[in-house]
Design a protein around this ligand. Structure first.
Ligand code: 26Y
Length: 828
């Protein structure tokens, strides 16, 4: 068919959409419709869908302005959005129309969708959570905006070195082809100051004047966030940095060309790249610049919007709630104080009341190496006025602590915003706690640990009620309907409900329970899983050139590489399975459950042990997949460049997934929820949201192992003071470690530093958990052998995932924290 034939369609909506696509091909892309490739078709379709979004987005923003409800703002340095076209089509209800239109033009929707590059402006869990929360707040018609940075380069691309199996990093130029999902707002700009000097008025008001230094321009780019089954379309505003003037004319005229462009380069550098480390802070000046640039631009923007309401400044907190996604945006607290005190001339105490009624703080990790601390000299140099404000806030705060706990010097030292040392540093978590109305963790256990281990003094000072829990959630739109259309279809027909209903009220999945024993339904459920496993197999064959047996049990661990997440435990377990298989007779092997193990995940570029773990996995895979004795029973894959899109392929295909962090270290985890929603069973430790998942689905439907949180500290203590050799604690593990040392996965002792983390300090207690881990995997094998029972477990798991919808989580924030209400866009 030619595009001209397509234009003569009969369906009333179709010619409209087809026309719009063809129109974009000809005008926006300036290409001819008849020799278009998939990429061109994607771009034209995206631009056509974007036209719809813009209309809704505009009406929504106008509606919010007119209604002037209280608004919430989600400040996050990371938004891990993934692809947009398929999500926009789903949310607009235009999937069938575009599918037909594209096919009339000679394109398959699924080939077109994969042309889109992921928007990967995040590292992992924290960034993807932000993306799920945007989807849920738009869907629930809540007046919420996200604020972030428009990095020119997102999370790096991961390549695997063919020669030695190690991770290589390449830039992620995601904006190379223009991005149809953003609207540049070149008229929305703010000037952001750095350096200079701060002079106090000295009149006892606490006010000061900040001047001089460097000014950088913040330019707004708006990303449209459509809700599902509503016209409400929210906004994610991302800031780009730009020099205030093209270049420094003075230096240019003086003939110093290099210096002339230097300042303009340093301005553009602020939003050039996402920092690729999670959980380890480095105290780099550019990172602090990013944090201030973003919070200052966002607050200036909120302040401008608030001023348009013509309300007294004292009512700021009645119209604005700001959620801090971890400590990264904590400078917003100080910046709002600066605006109120220095610019709005609000008396100090009144300003502090406004601030502490506006902010809310979520903590995402208890690992000490992830807690942000900025050196005082760096802050003084870069943001002199803010350093003064922090000292003043601290002094007044410590006075109030002293009043409640007179003479307790050590308590004051612990609670101070300033940590003594050379140099002194600023504890951003303490600042976030005292500047916020409420503080929350992201799963029940984690929120307990936040109170008990991170902020016990603050709980004593403020009382329990300031500290609470909001268990994380995931959007069922992307993480079920979009990534697993076959399962979504089966659920819809089985529940006998329109998908619009259960996708907005995930507790409805419980209706599947009464079909658990229906053999027909079980078969269909199993067929969907099988189909998804084949889809993944095809992908692996295409990308790695290795065939995967879709009859095997698919065992998946995908997440950032980190010692606390214990990918090492998993790979040592795989080696154990391999050597066990090797020691068997061919007849014995035939009785073993076939298994395909998948890993994916990026390591921070400077994280040596994590990178070494990847190298071990890749090289173990090379040996195992070639071994004629075992390769029919065990295969192993490291899929490079883990991303949201790869997750969408992997998650629906899993039979089991592993969430095996040392107890007490994983705040929540969110992929655990995604796997279970898609009917994959969970192998895990008693940690994070695993616990709540087990509470929902029942302990007989998960495979728990390992020591509990209270055991971990004493075990570490024992490792330090009464080290017991690995051989004594776990002969099986000792044997595996020796196998690696023997050099069959690479000689010259390259893995010794990794093995030594286990043999020596063993901070993450692999030796203490190894045997029970292997036991748990044996239980998995046993359970998997009974196919019907396994399918029932899978159905039961999926059916009980209602709690983990991000709709529930965002409602909790809206009601218990922000006090905002749904504001539905009404047609005029
Ligand atoms: C300060 C900097 C080094 C830093 C950058 C990123 C520190 C931390 C992070 C990211 C943390 C993160 O992704 N945390 C994860 O948040 C998820 C959502 O709450 C949790 O599910 C997950 O357990 C937690 O590790």
């Amino acid at each position: 068919k030619t595009w001209k034939d397509a234009m003569r369609g009969v369906h009333s909506e179709l010619p409209e959409v087809t026309k719009s696509i063809v129109n974009h091909v000809q005008t926006s892309l300036a290409r001819a419709p008849y020799n278009l490739d998939d990429l061109g078709a994607y771009q034209a379709a995206a631009l056509s869908v974007r036209d719809n979004l813009i209309v809704n987005w505009n009406s929504t923003q106008l509606h919010y302005t007119r209604k002037a409800p209280k608004r919430a703002y989600y400040l996050s340095l990371e938004f891990l959005m993934g692809r947009t076209l398929s999500n926009a089509l789903l949310n607009l209800g235009l999937q069938p129309t575009y599918s037909t239109s594209l096919s009339n033009l000679g394109f398959a929707l699924e080939d077109v969708l994969v042309q889109e590059r992921d928007a990967a402006l995040g590292n992992g869990g924290l960034g993807r959570l932000a993306a799920c929360y945007l989807d849920s707040s738009a869907t629930q018609e809540l007046p919420l905006w996200g604020y972030g940075l428009r990095y020119k380069y997102g999370i790096f691309q991961q390549l695997i070195n063919e020669h030695d199996g190690s991770q290589l990093e390449a830039p992620d130029p995601w904006l190379e082809h223009q991005n149809p999902w953003e609207l540049p707002r070149l008229d929305v700009t703010y000037e952001i100051r750095f350096y200079g000097s701060a002079d106090r008025w000295g009149d006892g008001s606490g006010r000061a004047v900040w001047s001089g230094g460097q000014e950088v321009l913040a330019v707004a780019y708006d990303v449209m966030i459509p809700g599902y089954g509503t016209k409400n379309t929210n906004n994610l505003r991302l800031w780009e940095s730009k020099p205030k003037r093209g270049f420094d004319l003075q230096s240019f005229n003086a003939g110093d060309y290099e210096r002339a462009v230097e300042t303009s380069n340093s301005a553009a550098a602020i939003t050039s790249v996402l920092y690729p480390n999670d959980h380890t802070v480095f105290g780099k000046e550019l990172r602090l610049k990013q944090q201030y640039f973003w919070t200052a631009a966002s607050l200036a923007d909120m302040m401008r919007r608030f001023k348009n309401l013509e309300k007294p400044i004292s009512e700021f907190a009645e119209y604005n709630a700001i959620q801090l996604n971890d400590t990264h945006p904590t400078m917003a607290i100080v910046e709002l104080m600066r605006i109120l005190v220095d610019e709005e001339e609000v008396p100090w105490d009144q300003a502090w009341t406004i601030v502490t009624n506006t902010f809310f703080f979520t903590n995402h990790t208890v690992l000490p190496e992830a807690l942000e601390k900025w050196p005082v000299p760096l802050m003084t140099h870069l943001l002199p006025r803010h350093m003064q404000l922090i000292f003043d806030i601290n002094m007044l705060f410590l006075q109030s602590v002293e009043k409640q706990f007179p003479g307790d010097r050590e308590r004051l030292a612990r609670m101070s915003l300033i940590e003594e040392g050379f140099p002194q540093s600023i504890r951003m978590a303490n600042l976030a706690v005292i500047g916020s109305k409420k503080v929350n963790g992201v799963a029940e256990l984690h929120s307990d640990l936040v109170k008990r281990n991170l902020f016990p003094d603050f709980v004593e000072f403020y009382g329990q009620s300031k500290f609470a829990n909001v268990t994380n959630g995931i959007t069922p739109r992307r993480w079920l309907d979009q990534c697993n259309p076959a399962l979504s279809e089966l659920i819809t027909t089985t529940l006998n409900l329109p998908r619009e209903v259960w996708l907005k009220d995930l507790f409805k999945l419980e209706g599947l329970l009464k079909h658990v024993d229906d053999a027909k339904f079980q078969q269909r459920w199993a067929a969907v899983k099988r189909q998804n496993k084949e889809r993944l197999s095809n992908f692996v064959e295409k990308t790695l050139g290795i065939t995967v047996d879709a009859d095997a049990m698919f065992d998946v661990q995908v997440k950032r590489l980190h010692e606390y997440k214990r990918q090492t435990l998993n790979i040592l377990g795989v080696i154990h399975r391999y050597t066990t298989l090797k020691s068997m007779t061919p007849a014995e092997r035939k009785k073993v459950v076939k298994k395909a193990v998948f890993f994916a995940g990026k390591a921070a570029p400077g994280y040596y042990i994590a990178k070494l773990t990847i190298r071990l996995i890749v090289n173990v895979a090379r040996v195992i997949n070639e071994d004629p004795d075992t390769k029919d029973y065990l295969t192993l894959f490291f899929l490079p460049d883990y991303s949201v899109s790869l997750a969408e392929l992997l998650i629906p295909a899993s039979d089991i997934s592993q969430h095996i962090s040392t107890a007490g270290t994983e705040a929540s985890g969110t992929s655990n929820m995604k796997f279970c929603l898609n009917g994959g069973l969970l192998v895990g430790t008693v940690d994070g949201a695993n616990i709540e998942i087990a509470e929902e689905v029942g302990e007989d439907n998960v495979f728990f192992f390992g020591h509990l949180t209270p055991d971990v500290e004493p075990l570490r203590y024992q490792h330090t003071y009464h080290p017991i050799p690995v051989e004594e604690k776990s002969p099986a593990l000792a044997a595996v470690l020796n196998t690696v040392s023997s050099g069959i996965f690479g000689a010259d002792g390259i893995y010794e530093p990794l093995l030594n983390t286990v043999r020596q300090g063993d901070f993450y207690i692999l030796t203490d958990d190894f045997d029970s881990y292997i036991k748990a995997l044996e239980m998995v094998d046993e359970a998997y052998a009974d196919r019907t029972e396994w399918i029932k477990k899978s159905i039961r798991t999926s059916a009980k995932m209602g709690k983990f919808s991000s709709d529930r989580a965002i409602q909790d924030y809206a009601q218990e924290y922000w006090n905002i209400e749904s504001t539905k866009l009404v047609e005029e």
